[in-house]
Design a protein around this ligand. Structure first.
Ligand SMILES: NC(=O)c1ccc[n+]([C@@H]2O[C@H](COP(=O)([O-])OP(=O)(O)OC[C@H]3O[C@@H](n4cnc5c(N)ncnc54)[C@H](O)[C@@H]3O)[C@@H](O)[C@H]2O)c1
Length: 322
């Protein structure tokens, strides 16, 4: 049995609690949250022990799940690693690059498992296409949300765009060469809307727009590559592939178009998207990594790389301000 201690039982923390309860080989030891408003109802509803200090909870568990606000990630992760506990921490890994560097050093010196909550890696729409030959050359991304003061303790880049940065770095097997960015703080003290162009050494270009001040929600990644277009809708959990038809393609709708090289047959497919609970899958993967000594699917270096790009974007936005 793996003993899990939870830090932070706010909006997302409650989803984590519900999922941990359904995962086998795990005992929820209890939680730490300094705010009575969230902690007292959770204590009553879940019958869980509320620990009175982070140190006390850490000494009672084997692994921690940190769903506290981003500015406290560093302190809690460092405390857990220094006390020999495995760490799952929500995205972004930390608030500053110095914090992220220290965590990488501590994690490397330990023999502990560390996973970052880039949960879109487990989105069923992404899982439906991720095994096809993805070699993106142009990527268009929109992640739009309505305004919610929760999360505005960090910019829209660290709050929302970091999900797409992680997916893009995971897909494009090349180094970032150039970043251009602009962003505006409309309702909060940090950018609420931003547009970013990331160029990679292999020629791929990603154009990302993130907003937390939109009227409508959207979470889409459109990938263009030599022979295909792949659309991933992370919100509605749908995927679409449009490509040149190959003999043997199944379950596709085809049509012909005339090109300079003669008639080509185009195939449109909607790959089956399986029902799946992304949070449960990521937490299960973390548990399995600890109990069966496998690698965590989203490593501390994945979290670090996404943060590094996010901070370069923030620097560019800072320089672009009048
Ligand atoms: N992966 C995702 O899609 C996703 C979605 C939402 C939030 N998040 C991340 O999850 C984290 C929490 O977000 P949220 O929306 O649940 O915020 P929230 O404000 O609803 O909840 C945070 C909770 O943490 C508690 N807290 C504050 N300081 C603490 C500390 N030192 N130790 C333990 N608990 C502490 C607060 O009292 C609060 O109850 C953030 O880092 C955010 O970026 C990730």
């Amino acid at each position: 049995m793996l003993r899990i201690g939870v830090f932070g039982v706010g909006h997302l923390g409650k989803f984590h609690l519900n999922n941990w309860k359904e995962i086998e080989e795990v005992t929820l030891i209890g939680f730490y949250d300094p705010d009575d408003k969230n902690a007292v109802p959770v204590q009553e509803k879940y019958g869980l022990k509320r620990f009175s200090s982070p140190e006390e909870l850490i000494s009672a568990c084997d692994a921690v799940d940190i769903i506290a606000p981003t500015p406290s990630h560093f302190e809690l992760c460092a405390l857990a690693l220094r006390n020999g506990k495995h760490v799952f921490v929500e995205k972004p890994l930390a608030n500053t690059m110095d914090e992220a560097r220290t965590l990488v050093k501590l994690a490397k010196e330990s023999n502990l498992k560390f996973q970052v909550g880039h949960v879109e890696r487990f989105n069923p729409a992404f899982l439906a296409v991720k095994d096809m030959q993805l070699q993106p050359m142009f990527i268009e991304v929109h992640r739009l949300a309505q305004f919610n003061p929760r999360g505005t303790d960090v910019s829209v880049i660290l709050d929302l765009m970091i999900h797409d940065i992680d997916i893009i770095l995971h897909l494009v097997k090349s180094s970032v060469s150039t970043i251009s960015a602009n962003g505006v703080a409309v309702l909060s003290d940090t950018p609420d809307i931003a547009n970013v162009r990331i160029e990679f050494d292999n020629g791929c270009v990603a154009n990302l727009t993130s907003s937390r001040i939109s009227m409508k929600k959207m979470r889409k990644i459109r990938i263009f590559q030599k022979d295909a277009y792949i659309g991933i809708d992370f919100l509605d959990k749908k995927a679409e592939i449009i490509k040149l038809n190959s003999p043997g393609d199944k379950n596709v709708f085809t049509f012909d178009i005339e090109t300079n090289h003669g008639i080509k047959t185009i195939a449109i497919a909607n790959p089956a998207v399986e029902d799946g609970n992304a949070i449960k899958m990521e937490l299960e993967a973390f548990k399995n990594a600890i109990l069966h000594n496998t690698s965590t699917p989203v490593t501390i270096m994945d979290g670090f790389d996404a943060m590094e790009v996010a901070h370069k974007i923030l620097e560019k936005i800072g320089k672009a301000q009048p």
